[in-house]
Write a protein that binds this ligand. Structure first.
Ligand code: HEM
Length: 215
């Protein structure tokens, strides 16, 4: 009975990491990427997201609660003494360890990031027109730039490497060859998603002057 419950919790944790949490990470970084095209384009995209009906309820049901479950159960898994990976090689052992470490770093980052952005937007009633400047202001601090780079790379690594193990644990990549190809695919995915996230960050640090480009 307890084994059944454990199995169910594990599967739910795994699934929620992909849908909706992983899906949200991709959408979030893609919306931010519009900052590379300037303040107006970014604000336009933010407004599209803000126009989702019952946004707060959608955020709670499809982002906050799944993330909370994944994070709390993830902490339990991460600090469990059992590291039963002896049937994998050295590389996979390192990845297994990094999955847990990046989970914890990502959690610390997300808590701070949500406090600094989403909660401040609500408390200070900041409108989408002010979001770009809010990020510029945050990145005025070099410590914050370093913290966001670490947080971003932790999240993209955790998600990409998590997708590798998700495909194994759900029986999709079964043989060694499929798992090797999957390693390359998710490494490529990690590089691309990190690039998208970092470019957005640098767009706030060094905003493009669209008017000057258009002449
Ligand atoms: C951006 C937020 C996050 C995303 C997109 C995400 C995504 C994922 C994915 C896709 C997996 C693979 C599931 C599987 O192995 O079948 C995973 C595993 C894991 N996640 Fe997360 N996660 C996030 C945040 C967190 C946080 C905050 C923690 C808290 C410590 C955490 C802890 C873990 C752990 C320990 C595993 C490994 C499970 C295992 O090996 O059995 N994750 N995550």
């Amino acid at each position: 009975m307890a084994a059944n419950r454990h199995f169910f919790n594990r599967k739910l944790h795994s699934l929620l990491g992909v849908i909706p949490v992983g899906g949200f990470l991709i959408v979030h970084l893609m919306v931010n990427f519009f900052a590379t095209e300037g303040r107006e384009r970014f604000t336009e995209q933010v407004k599209v997201m803000e126009s989702i009906p019952f946004l707060v309820i959608v955020e709670i049901l499809f982002i906050f609660l799944p993330l909370l479950y994944h994070a709390v159960y993830g902490l339990y898994i991460a600090f469990q003494a059992k590291h039963n990976v002896s049937n994998y090689g050295y590389f996979r052992n390192v990845m297994f360890f990094l999955q847990r470490v990046t989970g914890v770093i990502t959690l610390i980052f997300i808590v701070w990031h949500v406090w600094q952005t989403r909660v401040q937007i609500a408390i200070q009633d900041i409108h989408p027109e002010g979001f770009f400047d809010m990020m510029v202001e945050i990145f005025n601090n070099p410590f914050m730039v370093a913290f966001y780079v670490i947080g971003l790379l932790s999240a993209t690594f955790h998600f990409s490497n998590g997708m590798w193990s998700f495909l194994v644990s759900w029986g999709i990549t079964v043989g060694p060859r499929a798992q090797q190809i999957s390693s390359y695919v998710w490494l490529g995915f990690f590089v691309i998603l990190s690039y998208i996230g970092l470019m957005a960050m640098f767009a706030f640090i060094n905003p493009v002057d669209v008017a000057a480009i258009k002449g």
